[in-house]
Design a protein around this ligand. Structure first.
Ligand SMILES: Cc1cc2nc3c(=O)[nH]c(=O)nc-3n(C[C@H](O)[C@H](O)[C@H](O)COP(=O)(O)O)c2cc1C
Length: 187
């Protein structure tokens, strides 16, 4: 089996919702199993990730960066950095925030640099922004924010039951499937 791990933090449930759709997409691929680790403090044990073929990182964008909990987790992995424990695993990242931009790109870049420091192999998001011309950011289409470094979602100030919208959830499923297919091909 190809193993895909999803590690995420979610203060208010929105990133958790996106993570569940990423996992749904990954687990739809034959021969793939998933494991998910929800961070509460960032100090959790992450032994279960050691044999993963790919690790997908998810964090809300807080103050234009990954959350403090995700950063805590990143720093906790520094011992693995020295022994190249995650070298050549696939990596990918997703984030969401309240605003259309919200400076989400910075959070994805932090995850990307983190993965590069670990010697991982980064996989981006392959889908074009499918909003029709004249209707930018249409909420029921794939990749409405046109992000390629990783997956972006956008929330309103509402319960995770109704946000992020359907296009972001479909994007998340496609994203999870893509990472799983890439990891399976090289496993
Ligand atoms: C401490 C904090 C900082 C935030 N900073 C940003 C930000 O920089 N840009 C933005 O668009 N939204 C920002 N938000 C809004 C969150 O990104 C948004 O509510 C998101 O849905 C939260 O995800 P979660 O439910 O997984 O925690 C911030 C929220 C909090 C609590």
């Amino acid at each position: 089996m190809t193993k895909i791990a999803i590690v995420y933090h979610s203060g208010y449930g929105h990133t958790e919702k996106l993570a569940s759709h990423v996992e749904k997409g990954a687990s739809s691929v034959d021969g793939v199993e998933t494991v998910s680790l929800k961070l509460k403090t960032g100090l959790e044990d992450f032994e279960a990730l050691l044999d993963a073929d790919a690790i997908i990182f998810g964090s809300p964008t807080y103050m234009g960066s990954v959350s403090a909990v995700m950063k805590q987790f990143m720093e906790k992995t520094s011992k693995l950095f020295y022994v190249r424990g995650w070298k050549d695993k696939f990596a990918a990242g997703f984030t969401l925030s309240h605003s259309l931009s919200g400076d989400k790109l910075n959070a994805l870049m932090q995850m990307n640099i983190f993965a590069m420091q670990h010697g991982m192999i980064w996989v981006g998001f392959d889908q074009l922004n499918q909003s029709p011309d004249g209707e930018p950011g249409k909420s029921d289409v794939m990749n409405r924010m046109g992000a390629f470094l990783g997956l972006m979602g956008q929330t309103e100030n509402a319960s995770p039951e109704i946000t992020p919208p359907s296009g972001d959830l479909a994007s998340a499923e496609h994203f999870g499937q893509r990472i799983a297919e890439v990891a399976k091909r090289f496993a």
